[in-house]
Design a protein around this ligand. Sequence first.
Ligand SMILES: Cc1ncc(COP(=O)(O)O)c(C=O)c1O
Length: 362
Amino acid sequence: MERVYNFSAGPSMLPVQVLETAAAEMLNYQDSGMSVMEMSHRSPVYEKIIQDAEKLLREVMNIPDNYKVLFLQGGASTQFAAVPLNLLSGSGKADYILSGQFSTKAYKEAQKYGDIAVAGSTKDINFSAVPKSETLNFRADADYVHMCFNNTIYGTKFRYIPDTGSVPLVADMSSCILSEPVDVSKFGLIYAGAQKNMSAAGLTVVIVREDLLGKARPETPTMLDYKTMADNDSMYNTPPCYCIYIAKLVYEWILGLGGLEKMREHNAKKAALLYDYLDSQDYYLAPVAKDSRSMMNVTFVTGDAELDKKFASEASSAGLKNLKGHRSVGGMRASIYNAMPMDGVEKLVAFMKEFAKNNPKK
Ligand SMILES: Cc1ncc(COP(=O)(O)O)c(C=O)c1O
């Protein structure tokens, strides 16, 4: 079977070049006589891989020197607990911006640990936009503010970085990291599950400002304390070795293409093709407010649940996979992360036109 266009929200497509390199190096990584999966994480050959991965990520994202990069396990969901455990140790207060399901889950998890307030929410409009900056309320004595930058399920994204003054801003960037440049210095902490734009599932990256380390609450499990991992260069225990190796290949691929500015151009063109088509017709509806549209996850509906089902099924037969929307919102969702080629989006738009022609609404 040929490779398909995989519009999955995660795990998702990886660049072919990365997969080919991994395949070529599978049995014998750089004359070590073994695969990366089989080698000790304490071996010099593996130590070079993880050190190079960190160096490359710093270069790709232009991460300032006063930030630590941690390669962790447990998925972004583990960070929903790790963030309050590590940071909620001053006033015990934190403010959460609710812009979708994941930020709501993070908010609920944090409530176990202290005085957690809602800084702003768009639940009343079914998260079809992110909260506007002027509607946000922050407490000056909060230990941190939490937000989710790109809302994978709803297809929304913040176009601005909330101004939290001196209160550290924590951002879940699972579904937009590496899609475009971001000013890391505006954040106290960034975290991301790697399975969308960075690697295979099993790796979570945390980028944390050094002054936020060493403040963990006493009950924090050793493994969830950022300082444990920072002091041990993410090697306190066995790290997700193979995923870190794949991430390194992805960072090399991005640099080879010209870095995150180029990545943004590529992603903006793909997203524009899809949104321009959606805006030019009335068969499909794009439910997200224009000023909140995500470049990574594009949601649309026909307005008829049966037609939506037929669309996803026929698209799948045509080699356009995983277009069914998240089970909680229905409709369709095209996740067009970095590795999705322009060609995939062109094929999708052509399919959408054909489907609309062949399935007139009653
Ligand atoms: C924005 C966002 N946050 C958190 C998660 C949860 O990530 P994980 O499955 O790695 O725990 C996801 C998963 O899709 C996500 O898209």
